[in-house]
Design a protein around this ligand. Structure first.
Ligand code: DC
Length: 226
C-alpha cells in the first residue's frame, strides 16, 4: 500500500553497520511513505568498481582520488528499482560481488572520495526529496538537518546470518568479513560510522522488517505532522 507523499520534502537518514537491515527497511519505508530512496553505500561501491577496473590499488589514496574524480555516476532513486550506472555501465550486480565488497572500506576511507560523494549525495537529496537515505554518515554529515534520523543495529550473529543468507556465503566467513569491515568503517578518521546524538536507535535483532518499518513510519508521521 502506497500512501500519498507526506507534506513537505522530508529527509530520513538511516545509518548503521552492514546487516542491520538498513537497505530493506529504507526501501520499504520509502515505498510506503511515497518517497525516493538513496543508497549511498552503492555510490562508494561504484567508485570501488571503477578503481578496480582501472587497476588501481584501493590503498593508493592518490590513485583512488583520481579515479573518483573521473568516474561519472548515475544513481536511480526509485525504491522499487534502485540502480547504479558507472561510466555508462550498469554495475548493480558487480558492486555486490566479493571483490568490490572487500575493497570498498579502503576506498570509503579516502577523505577526498568522501568529499566528492557527499557533494553528489546532497545534490541528489535536494533534487529528489522526499527521500529516505541510507549509509554510515547520513545523520551526522550528509544530512544533519534530516527530519528523522535512525540508527539501526543488530547483534553481530544476526547480521552475519542475514548477510550470508543474501550472499549464500559461509556464516563464519561472513561474520569475520563483517567484523573487519565494521572495524574499518568505525575507526577511519574521515566521517566514521557513528550514531548522531539526535538519532532514534533501534536494535532489529528481535524485530521483523514489518515491525521496524511500521515503527519508523509512525515516527516519520509524528515528525512531519508537526
Ligand atoms: O552499506 P554498504 O555495505 O553497501 O556500504 C559499502 C561500504 O561503503 C561500507 O564499507 C561503508 C561505506 N559507506 C560509507 O563509508 N559511507 C556511507 N554513507 C555509505 C557506505
Amino acid at each position: 500500500m502506497v500512501e500519498q507523499a507526506r507534506t513537505g520534502n522530508f529527509v530520513v537518514a538511516v545509518d548503521g553497520p552492514s546487516g542491520s537491515g538498513k537497505s530493506t527497511v529504507s526501501r520499504r519505508l520509502a515505498s510506503v511513505a511515497g518517497a525516493r530512496y538513496l543508497d549511498t553505500g552503492a555510490m562508494y561501491r561504484a567508485v570501488t568498481w571503477a578503481v578496480l577496473r582501472a587497476g588501481v590499488d584501493p590503498h593508493d589514496a592518490d590513485g583512488v582520488e583520481k579515479v573518483a574524480a573521473d568516474v561519472t555516476l548515475s544513481i536511480g532513486t526509485d525504491p522499487a528499482a534502485p540502480h547504479v550506472v558507472a561510466d555508462g555501465v550498469a554495475v548493480d550486480d558487480e558492486i555486490r560481488g566479493s571483490e568490490v565488497t572487500s575493497a570498498v572500506s579502503a576506498v570509503a576511507a579516502v577523505p577526498a572520495v568522501r568529499e566528492m560523494l557527499v557533494v553528489e549525495q546532497r545534490a541528489l537529496i535536494a533534487a529528489h526529496a522526499p527521500i529516505v537515505v541510507e549509509g554510515r554518515d547520513i545523520g551526522s554529515v550528509v544530512a544533519p538537518d534530516a527530519d528523522l534520523k535512525v540508527y539501526l543495529t543488530a547483534s553481530a550473529e544476526t547480521r552475519a546470518h542475514r548477510r550470508s543468507a543474501e550472499t549464500a556465503a559461509d556464516v563464519a566467513a561472513t561474520a569475520e568479513a563483517l567484523a573487519r569491515r565494521d572495524r574499518l568503517d568505525s575507526t577511519r578518521t574521515a566521517d566514521p560510522l557513528q550514531q548522531a546524538p539526535d538519532a532514534v536507535a533501534l536494535d532489529t535483532t528481535e524485530m521483523g522488517i514489518d515491525e521496524v518499518v511500521a515503527r519508523l513510519r509512525d515516527l516519520l508521521h509524528d515528525r512531519t505532522a508537526r
